[in-house]
Design a protein around this ligand. Sequence first.
Ligand code: THU
Length: 134
Amino acid sequence: MQNNDLYQEAVKAKEKSFSPYSKFRVGAALLTKSGSVYTGCNIENSSYSLTICAERTALFKAVSEGEKSFSKILIVSDANDFISPCGACRQVISDLASDIEIILTNVQGEMQSKKVDDLLPFAFGKANLLTNRE
Ligand code: THU
């Protein structure tokens, strides 16, 4: 799957955004290593902190269907600036898909490719948990 196809999938997902509070629509398209695509949009809540971002929606959909290996996630919004995952999504991406390519886009359709370590250096992860200590 080409990045332009993934872009179109993310745009379609963005149309489903439920964002009555921020009016900021976000879509994500996640490509698995086996070639499947899972999409997500942001879903807001009147209790604002319960909002989920597009990136986590896509990842949680995929993981809940048994997916474990991810190749790329492409993110779209209506903004002129490149849309970049929030801190919570960076942590979730780091935990579930540490070697994924993260493709940021702007409303002109330009793309920038990032690795997890670019966005979340010195990340906390499962290796840091006390239960892993001998
Ligand atoms: N949002 C995302 O879905 N992904 C991002 O990368 C940044 C922010 C959502 C959360 C909220 O619904 C709206 O955008 C404004 O923060």
